[in-house]
Design a protein around this ligand. Structure first.
Ligand SMILES: Cc1cc2nc3c(=O)[nH]c(=O)nc-3n(C[C@H](O)[C@H](O)[C@H](O)COP(=O)(O)OP(=O)(O)OC[C@H]3O[C@@H](n4cnc5c(N)ncnc54)[C@H](O)[C@@H]3O)c2cc1C
Length: 304
């Protein structure tokens, strides 16, 4: 049996990445989770979601870039996405990763570049969500967000319920009116910083979601877990929090049945739509979340 840890380990192996990204059949299998390689292809996916009353968040795949030039190219790409959303009247915002915009090269560079994207989004009356990466970047990401939040109100952040620190982070971030996406967390973290048992991560998720729901700020509840969704719905009902006060968020290609059900039930639902050539680490994290996905791949790979 391939374990989650093994898949997260494989996601960091450059040689495997180079082989798999060049196998066209493998690329085809990624279509389930990745909406193509270009803005045009991703826009088609977003249009289809919008027709179903589902909003979106474009994500240009990429992380831990190695040069200022690559970071600059990401700023340009996000400018193009924002312009495309505006031109085509799409119901979508954008999500980006701090290390994709330069945070891992230099925090000042990351801040400068993300500020440019947020500025552009503001000009289009749109919103930028800063994704959360592995825990070595949590403090830098939150610090950068707080600087941006003082200047802009069209920027939000992500908090992961598997980190012990997240309750304190949420209490702190709510003081500056932060719009937060709550997720469980997708990286391979040590027990010194994160819960290792799913039970504890889930318990914390429910506790944190209650704090968010009671804050009066519009947040994103990002999960495919029906237990989390049920807890959020029941708590909102008990506290008379309207459906319009928050939204559910899910990933492209994951639990489409649930996405439709929530949209049909009058809940706000946003789907994260990744696209681009650098799909490998993202794709491996999706496999690690659900080992059954590995069998889905094996079946397609070997049985055609
Ligand atoms: C919109 C959005 C944005 C996110 N942004 C971030 C981020 O910025 N940083 C970060 O660390 N993580 C992020 N994540 C990933 C998140 O942290 C989890 O890794 C992921 O959502 C799986 O957790 P879950 O809440 O769905 O619960 P789980 O307990 O993992 O899954 C519950 C059920 O959902 C279904 N499911 C979950 N994942 C998959 C999958 N890959 N394939 C098929 N079925 C699946 C299965 O039925 C599973 O039993 C994001 C998730 C979403 C939905």
């Amino acid at each position: 049996m391939i374990t989650k840890d093994a898949l997260l380990y494989l996601s960091k192996q450059e040689s495997l990445k180079n082989i798999l990204t060049n196998v066209s059949l493998f690329k085809k299998i990624t279509d389930r989770f990745v909406a193509g390689e270009t803005i045009e292809e991703a826009s088609l996916a977003v249009k289809e979601l919008n027709k179903l009353n589902i909003s979106a968040s474009f994500d240009h795949l990429g992380e831990a870039i190695k040069s200022e030039e690559e970071a600059e190219a990401e700023v340009v790409e996000y400018g193009k996405i924002l312009s495309k959303i505006d031109k085509d009247g799409l119901n979508s915002n954008v999500s980006l990763k701090p290390t994709q915009l330069g945070l891992s090269i230099n925090p000042e560079l990351g801040l400068r570049n993300i500020r440019r994207v947020v500025e552009k989004a503001r000009a289009y009356n749109n919103f930028v969500r800063i994704d959360m990466e592995d825990s070595q970047y949590t403090t830098a990401t939150i610090d950068m967000f707080k600087v941006l939040r003082k200047e802009y109100d069209n920027v939000g952040i992500v908090i992961q319920s598997y980190l012990y620190r997240s309750k304190d982070d949420i209490d702190d971030l709510l003081k500056c009116g932060a719009r937060i996406r709550l997720c469980k967390g997708a990286y391979d973290e040590p027990a010194t910083v994160a819960f290792s048992k799913k039970f504890d991560t889930d318990k914390n998720y429910i506790e944190l979601s209650k704090t968010l729901l009671e804050s009066g700020i519009y947040h994103g509840i990002a999960t495919h877990d029906v237990k989390m969704i049920k807890a959020v719905r029941e708590f909102s009902k008990e506290k008379n929090i309207p459906k319009s006060a928050y939204e559910f968020q899910m990933l492209y290609g994951v639990r489409r049945d649930l996405q439709l059900k929530l949209a049909g039930g009058g809940y706000g639902i946003r789907v994260y739509v990744p696209y681009g050539k650098h799909w490998y680490p993202y794709f491996m994290r999706r496999l690690a979340e659900r080992p059954a996905n590995v069998w889905f791949i094996m079946k397609n790979f070997f049985l055609g």
